[in-house]
Design a protein around this ligand. Sequence first.
Ligand code: SIN
Length: 289
Amino acid sequence: MSLKSHEINLDITPITETFGAIISGVKLSNQMSQDELNQIKSYWNRYQILLFRDQDLSKEDIIGFSRELGDLEIHIRNEWLNDSHPEILQISNINVDGKPIGALADGEVGWHYDQIYLKRPALGSLLCSVKIPPEGGCTYFADMTTAYERLPLELKATIDGRLGIQSYENFNNLYSTKTDENQTSLTQKITQPLVRTHPVTGRRALYLCPGMTVGITGIPDDESDAILQQLFDWCLQDDFVYKHNWRLGDALLWDNACTMHRREPFDSVHERLMFRTTILPQAERAVPF
Ligand code: SIN
């Protein structure tokens, strides 16, 4: 073992019985050792969500660390990119000169997988708290691997080999704002397998979400609506869900191949600002399989 490995002292505290872990003893930055990065990657695969508390991250730190995990996406919602660092998507209810500086304002943001509507969906996201309200605005995550593994056999058989229809427009109509013409052309409805195999761990997870999955190919709408509802109800049982109550300085890294998330509303008198990077998979691992 190298000298540097001896120096690493990452403490892990699991969050729930099946997923999520708090990692302490590390400061995320753009200058981390390879040993630290390898260990974080392996915990990320194992726990799916990693929480780093008490971080004091510059934009360069956020981007530098994220880039070690994969290529970074410049999000198609260019109206909400950070001015000087477009790798950062701002999530915020703050307005400057009458214009929102970030996505998703202060309302409910329903359950979704980031970019399930793209052929090369994100591998993960890193969300860092910059300004948070005194209450509300918690982010919830669902462990879609365990939800799949414990799914009743009959329901597993029903969806085996099936494709879900994914719509970003549906999500925007419910929780965000409409895309412009160019953004719309890049985000037409597509299909993805309802069950995907994780590109690194090989574990299978449900790949569907109430905010964006609007149908199942080859099954009439009323029937597929009922199947999807059954699946959503199944995934959203308390056993599979973690609620994250933000503190300033939190950085939360999630695995977007096997967790979906939602954000609860908060009082609009308070400001909330989060910086998010979106991490892409290697091209050959892009299409879920
Ligand atoms: C997101 O869905 O990426 C944002 C979640 C949040 O605002 O907590």
